[in-house]
Design a protein around this ligand. Structure first.
Ligand code: DGY
Length: 325
């Protein structure tokens, strides 16, 4: 029996992919692919598995060109890049990598939150560029985290990990989600609020919901207007949850104090994008899960999902389990 043909959209460190050794025939895309590589596309008719990253759209038209496809494995917890209903309609299970990136993403969220609350980018710049002339009693003032209210939108695994960290900093916690999380309410005294109240009450808002039709542009001109003028917005979830032009207006007019973004819309941001010109906006290039261990574990979990799908076994992490019914 020939080994199953798998299309891996990006070249990844060999040791992360060791589980595939001798078990699949892999055709791999370039390390920095920004789209499904045309050379890989020529193999779609024979492909039995796809291993992809969150930046590569897997849409219905691509699936129709892959009649032998049996599994799509995304090396990410988010899977908004994949047309899951189209996969389900074809009986193709889709795998993702939840859990393994929770702590790293929560750590990065706290780093963004603290950087924005204490103006680290601006003050570090001032020091480097010679504007540190003396100790200024009223210079470089930021926000106290202790006693401040953190509003978490989306109390999933990552939202909870952020809540636990924020509690240790003495923050008051409120959250919005479709479902209540009684265990986090008990653990960190978090209060569930309707979204509008969360926007009004929070000193810092941190987004941790998935990107869906309901959450797309959830932060928009209207909801930004509800925020305090001293408030900070953190996004380490997905860029399109925020309406970028509306955020630019809010930051430029100081309708809100600052934003710190790990994700953007568009992503990546072109170098001349207006967001970069705003001193009150900190932007990092989608590095929430970027630690050595976490990225390796994500790749390993994605390999596990891929191999399970090829073997006809249930994926360890399947986003469309209805394919098994
Ligand atoms: C994910 O896995 O969805 C994250 O965005 C990667 O950092």
């Amino acid at each position: 029996m020939p080994l199953p043909l798998v299309l891996i959209t990006h070249t990844l460190p060999e040791d992360w992919m060791a589980a595939l050794e001798g078990r699949v025939r892999a055709v791999t895309g370039p390390v920095d692919a920004t789209r499904f590589d045309p050379a890989l596309e020529t193999h779609l008719p024979e492909a039995e598995g796809i291993f992809c990253l969150l930046t590569i759209p897997i849409r219905a038209d691509l699936l129709t060109r892959a009649p032998r496809l049996r599994v799509v494995s995304n090396m990410a917890v988010g899977y908004d890049n994949i047309d899951v209903p189209a996969c389900t309609a074809r009986g193709i299970p889709v795998g993702n990598t939840p859990g393994v990136l929770t702590e790293a993403t929560a750590d990065l969220t706290m780093a963004l939150l603290m950087s924005a609350a204490r103006g680290l980018p601006q003050s570090a710049n001032d020091a480097r560029e010679g504007r540190w002339s003396t100790w200024r009693p009223a210079g470089w003032l930021g926000m106290d985290l202790s006693g401040a209210t953190l509003g978490i939108v989306g109390m999933g695994k990552i939202g909870k990990a952020v809540a636990i960290r924020a509690k240790a900093f003495g923050m008051r916690l409120v959250y919005s989600d479709e479902v209540a999380s009684p265990e986090i309410e008990t653990a960190v005294a978090a209060e569930k609020l309707p979204l509008e109240m969360l926007f009004r009450q929070s000193d810092i808002i941190s987004l941790h919901c998935p990107l869906t039709a309901e959450t797309r542009r959830l932060v928009n001109a209207e909801t930004l207007r509800l925020m305090k003028p001293t408030a900070i917005l953190i996004n380490a979830a997905r860029g399109p949850i925020v309406d970028t032009p509306a955020l630019i207006v809010a930051l430029r007019s100081e309708q809100i104090a600052a934003a710190a973004l790990d994700v953007t819309d568009p992503e990546p941001l072109p170098p001349d994008h207006p967001l970069y010109s705003l001193p009150n906006c900190l932007i990092v290039p989608h590095i929430g899960s970027a630690t050595h261990n976490t990225r390796r574990r994500m790749a390993e979990l994605a390999c596990d999902n891929l191999l399970a799908g090829l073997a006809g076994r249930r994926l360890p992490n399947c986003v469309n389990p209805e394919v098994y019914q």
